[in-house]
Write a new protein. Structure first.
Length: 275
């Protein structure tokens, strides 16, 4: 049986692995590498429990660092695994540093790369994710695009061979896990009722690293008529404390801050929110 190495490391990738690995393992020997890019239990570890994802064969434990340092550490450790395992292909997802490191390591060893979610573009090169996805696409052997727009994006960059409009695995995951979320969790546990709250998340660097923008977001949330439920990302919490902005949530009667939630909890909160 041919061996495929799958490389993941961030929260969205764990969600994508669940529906794909379920089918992949019927036809291939899959070896799963977790780089450890997201390492908090609620942000990462809980996914393996909730979504019945196979436990990683390799856990690289990279953790947080600057983009260059994190990608470099991943590249070094992934290369070692690839040399030891000698797979027939490497499967990567999306646009994280784990994606780029996996693609670069495989390309240097002349191992075919299969990119799920190929062709997505923001056309904003200030985003590190944009750099990651563009570079990964240009070294990939099989490109699984989620939409016809993604297929056309690749075409404009001269990539037309081995491009497959495969559909969106995140949508597959939602369909598969919707009922599971209802079975496992209840709004009552959050003290909420259907359509009684707005759901917000704030974690992108463009927002957390710009103090005035971050202040503006929280001031605006405080002006809304409806209660805002906010699962607070660790990065956002850290910046609020460092910039002395914690009072924007501590003194708020409108923003209900909760701990980061699991994927299934987030599905439940999303589908029952007013907005």
């Amino acid at each position: 049986m041919k061996k495929i190495i799958t490389i993941v490391g961030a929260r969205p990738q764990f969600i994508k692995v669940a529906p794909v690995s379920r089918v992949l393992r019927e036809h291939f020997h899959e070896v799963l590498i977790n780089t450890g890019q997201h390492y908090d239990h609620k942000m990462a570890g809980v996914f393996f429990e909730e979504l019945n994802i196979p436990r990683p064969d390799y856990d690289l434990g990279i953790g947080s660092a600057s983009h260059g340092e994190q990608t470099g550490e991943m590249l070094k450790k992934i290369e070692k695994v690839l040399l030891d395992e000698k797979p027939q292909g490497v499967l990567v997802y999306g646009d994280t540093n784990s994606t780029l490191a996996g693609a670069l390591a495989a390309s240097k060893l002349h191992i075919p790369i299969f990119h799920v979610e190929a062709g997505l573009r923001s056309y904003n090169k200030q985003m590190p994710e944009e750099i990651n996805r563009v570079l990964t696409d240009h070294v990939s052997s099989l490109l699984f695009a989620p939409t016809i727009t993604a297929v056309n994006n690749l075409k404009t960059e001269g990539i037309t061979d081995n491009v497959i409009n495969a559909g969106d695995v995140m949508f597959d995951a939602v369909l598969y896990n919707n009922d599971l979320a209802d079975e496992k969790y209840d709004l009552v546990n959050f003290g909420l009722e259907k359509d009684s709250y707005l759901l917000a998340t704030i974690h992108r660097a463009e927002n957390t690293d710009n103090v005035e923008r971050l202040r503006g977001i929280f001031e605006s949330l405080n002006e809304l008529e409806d209660k805002v439920v906010l699962p607070l990302h660790p990065r956002t919490e850290k910046v609020l404390k460092e910039q002395n902005l914690s009072h924007l949530i501590d003194d708020s009667s409108n923003i209900n801050v909760i701990e980061p939630v699991s994927y299934l909890e987030m599905l439940l909160l999303e589908k029952n929110a007013k907005l």
